[in-house]
Design a protein. Sequence first.
Lengths: 360, 69
Amino acid sequence: MTDLPALDIDELRRVMEEYADRGWTDGLPVMPVTESYLAEFLARTTRPPDEVLLAMPHLERECTVRTAAINAAMAGCRPEYFPVVVAAWSALKAEGYVPRAIWQSTTGTAAMLLVNGPIRERIGLNSKGNVFGSGFRANATIGRAVRLTAINAFGLHPHELDQATQGNPAKYTACIAENEEESPWPPFHVEHGLDAQCSAVTAMTMRSVAHIEARHTTVPEQLALDIAGTISRTGALIHETISACIALGPEHAHLFRSRGWSKDDVRRFVYEHAVNSREALAAVGKDAVSGKTRWRLSGAHPDAVPDTAAERGETDVKVLNSEQAVQIVVVGAHNAGVSAVIETFGPRGGPPAIAPIESP
Amino acid sequence: MLERAGVPAVSICTDAFVLLARAMAGVYGLPDFDFVTIPHPIASLGPAEIETNMREVVSDVVRILTGRP
């Protein structure tokens, strides 16, 4: 212990308690920020400090480069992580739900960030074992930087402007990186048109991460049906359809690839098989949609109108509105037949929200 | 928003959202903004139960709209 740096514990405690008393926290201790420390973050981007990264017009509040940097520092980011945080805000803006108040909703969503490209290695972002878990400063603090900004810049405190019924664990932090090195397919950002040498952040509005155990099979159809069954659970349905990101473990990705399946083959199969029967939907009272909101409800409800599948005369009701409503990324260790479904908010169907990261 | 546009309006929320309503009123600089509360929940109620709830607050709606106690 003698080689640890000396510090004034009273002063440290005084500063930390001050931040906590002001409500500038997610509940965990935050790093104090001074002007000189802040300047190190601002030096990592070409964007001016006053530039607005994302606005919430209904709250008349906005996040600037400066406020994003303050919260990144408070979250425990190193200055070299800051370009990832800036790109994350660009991706969240493009994704579209955050400016429309989704983080205040009872649903209880949070951002799930996905990082691709060479910056993963440079700043030590984990893409392998325990990718959704703890232990890696870059993952932990980049995700936390976004959440602290939500609390400190937009004022989204729980029980007040944040009305999440239960929330989800990503409300502390959620930032993963793709395991490009152990993926049999091109990286996610390359699939969507960016150069492999470019680094990028993809933003998703996440509701939950559902775990899939499939260590038993080498048959791609069996694995794909297990995934489709996870995506189609009726509890996920609030709108007529849902969207999802399949987070394949490398072992599952290689299983598909070894049988000649491309990402698009997986996507197409899951789209076609992520279905519920009309009877299964009726059993939970979600067999129709509201003519006003298109939210699912019982066919007996006075606002009920037939859903799209019923209009088309289809007996199997798809939970995805198109193949593009499901994205695929490869994350985690190459050590077991384990994958996950990141359940995202909204029906979607368009391209994912990807923002390039500025080079250092 | 409606009132800023010159349209008299009354906000109605369920009692689960009172803290949010007060917080939003504060954001807009109207900490004393008056609104009507009804019992939570409403999403799972039928038309008759909704009507019963609304009958109980009609006088409050009128009071806020007219400014008369």
